[in-house]
Write a protein that binds this ligand. Structure first.
Ligand code: S3P
Length: 443
C-alpha cells in the first residue's frame, strides 16, 4: 500500500533523538563480512529495505546471516572464494549501492548472475561500473547502460589504474571490491574525494588500502571477520538538522551520528548559511568518527555553495534546498549534475515541489537557484503549503515533511512508501521531535 505524509504547519524540534544506522556502512558490513574468513558481528545495523536487500542477496549467494534483530547481525563469512552461484535473479530493490558494489564483487566470481531492481533503479546509469569492470576482465551486459545487469565473472581479474570520470563512492567501491580478486595493485584516481567507508572498513577487516593524494589502491587478498558498530546515519540526521535550523525555538541533539569528514558537507554548508551546529562528545567507532550533533535555531542566509563540498553532501541536497528556501537571499548550487541520476531526478523533483510551496526555484543542468523566502528569515511562515509529489524518492519525501516547520499551510507529500528504504520509523521519531506528521493511504 502506498502512503502519503500529512504534515501540519509550524512547530519546532527539540529533545535528543537517535536516527537509524548508516546506510552506506550497513551495506558494507554485509558485503565485507560475507567474503571474510570467520564471523562478523554488527551492531546498529540499519533495518531499512536497502540494507535488507543486500542481506537477501548474500543469503542467495550462500552466506549464512543471523538477524537483523534490534540492529544486531552476525555474518558467517565464507571467504573470498566461498560465494555460490545463486538459483535466481538477485533483486536490489531501490538500492543503487547494492547493485553497483555487488557488481564489483560478482565480477571476480567463477559464475554468472543477474542483478535487477525496482522501477527507479532500472532507470539509473550502470556503465560507470560496467566499463571499468570490463577493463579488469569481467563481462557485464546492461540494457542500454541500465539494469538489469548480467554479470559474467572472471576469477582472475586484472588490476587496473583507473581515473574515474565521475565523483562516485559507489564506482570507487565496486572497483576496490573487484580489486580483491585481481592480481597486482588496483589503483583508482578520484576527480574529487567521495565517502571513504569502503577504504576504512577494508582496513578494519585486515586488508590495507593506500591513499596517495587522489589515488586509492588495494591488492588482492583475504579479509578477516571483525566487529563493527554502525553509527547513526548523518544523511537521516540531516532532515532533523535542517528542521531545527529553520524552525524558531528549536534545540535538538542527534546522538551518535557518523561524522566522517567525507560525509559532513551538509554541516559545513549549513554553517556557512549561519546555522548553529555543535559537535559534542566526538569519539571513534571502529575507524569511523562519531559525535552528538546539537542544532539550535538561528536565522539562515542564502549562499553560493562551494563546489568542493558537493560530493561531501551529495545525499543531503533535498534537505539543504529546504534550508535555502527558508533562508534570506538566494542560494546557488552548481557542479551537482549527479543529483539528476539519484533515486529520482532530485533537481527537478525539488524544483517542482518548491514551486508548489510558492518558491520560484530555477533548476539548471547541474544545479539550482533558490531565491529564498519572503519576509525576514525569522518570520514563522517562509512559504505556503500544498500537495507535493515525492517521485517515490525517500529523501524528497522527508525533505518536504520537514519543510512544514516553516510553511503557512499544511503539506501533503505523495508516495512516501520508500522512506522505509533508508529511515524505518521516520514518522514516529519526527513526531517525538515535535513535527505534526501523520500518514494516510495515497490518494
Ligand atoms: C553511496 C554513494 C553515493 C550516495 C549513495 C550511497 C555509497 O552514491 O549517493 O546514497 O554508499 O557508496 P554515488 O556513488 O552514486 O555518488
Amino acid at each position: 500500500m502506498r502512503v502519503d505524509f500529512l504534515v501540519k504547519p509550524g512547530g519546532k524540534l527539540s529533545g535528543t533523538l537517535r536516527v537509524p544506522g548508516d546506510k552506506s556502512i550497513s551495506h558494507r558490513t554485509i558485503m565485507l563480512g560475507a567474503i571474510a574468513a570467520g564471523d562478523t558481528h554488527v551492531t546498529g545495523f540499519l533495518e531499512g529495505e536497502d540494507a535488507l536487500a543486500t542481506i537477501s542477496i548474500f543469503r542467495a549467494l550462500g552466506v549464512r546471516i543471523d538477524g537483523p534483530e534490534r540492529g544486531e547481525v552476525v555474518v558467517h563469512g565464507v571467504g573470498l572464494r566461498g560465494l555460490k552461484e545463486p538459483a535466481g535473479v538477485l533483486d536490489c530493490g531501490n538500492s543503487g549501492t547494492s547493485m553497483r558494489l555487488i557488481s564489483g564483487l560478482l565480477a571476480g566470481q567463477d559464475f554468472d548472475c543477474e542483478l535487477t531492481g525496482d522501477e527507479s533503479l532500472r532507470r539509473r546509469p550502470m556503465r560507470r561500473v560496467a566499463e571499468p569492470l570490463a577493463l579488469m576482465g569481467a563481462h557485464i551486459e546492461t540494457v542500454d547502460g541500465r539494469p538489469p545487469l548480467r554479470i559474467h565473472g572472471n576469477p582472475r581479474l586484472r588490476a587496473i589504474d583507473y581515473k574515474m570520470p565521475v565523483a562516485s563512492a559507489q564506482v570507487k567501491s565496486a572497483l576496490l571490491l573487484a580489486g580483491l580478486y585481481a592480481e597486482g595493485e588496483t589503483r583508482i584516481r578520484e576527480i574529487s574525494q567521495t565517502r571513504d567507508h569502503t577504504e576504512r572498513m577494508l582496513q578494519a577487516f585486515g586488508r590495507p588500502v593506500r591513499r596517495d593524494g587522489a589515488t586509492v589502491s588495494v591488492s588482492g587478498g583475504p579479509l578477516h571477520g571483525t566487529r563493527v558498530e554502525v553509527p547513526a546515519d548523518i544523511s537521516s540526521a540531516a532532515f532533523f538538522m535542517v528542521g531545527a535550523a529553520i524552525a524558531p525555538g528549536s534545540d535538538i541533539t542527534l546522538a551518535g551520528v557518523g561524522v566522517n569528514p567525507t560525509r559532513t558537507g551538509a554541516i559545513d554548508i549549513l554553517r556557512l548559511m549561519g546555522a548553529d551546529i555543535e559537535l559534542q562528545n566526538t569519539r571513534t567507532f571502529g575507524g569511523e568518527p562519531v559525535a552528538d550533533v546539537r542544532v539550535r535555531y538561528a536565522p539562515l542566509n542564502g549562499i553560493a555553495i562551494p563546489r568542493e563540498l558537493v560530493p561531501l553532501a551529495i545525499d543531503e541536497f533535498p534537505a539543504i534546498f529546504i534550508a535555502a528556501a527558508s533562508a534570506r537571499g538566494e542560494t546557488l548550487l552548481a557542479g551537482a549534475e549527479e543529483l539528476r541520476v539519484k533515486e529520482s531526478d532530485r533537481i527537478q523533483a525539488m524544483a517542482d515541489g518548491l514551486r508548489v510551496l510558492g518558491i520560484r526555484a530555477e533548476p539548471r543542468a547541474d544545479g539550482i537557484r533558490i531565491p529564498g523566502c519572503r519576509g525576514d528569515a525569522g518570520s514563522a511562515q517562509a512559504y505556503g503549503g500544498g500537495t507535493i509529489d515525492s517521485c517515490g524518492d525517500h529523501r524528497i519525501a522527508m525533505a518536504f515533511a520537514i519543510a512544514a516547520l516553516r510553511s503557512g499551510a499544511a503539506i501533503r507529500v505523495r508516495d512516501c512508501t520508500n522512506v522505509a528504504t533508508s529511515f524505518p520509523g521516520f514518522i514516529e521519531l519526527a513526531r517525538r521531535g515535535g513535527l505534526a506528521i501523520s500518514q494516510a493511504p495515497s490518494e
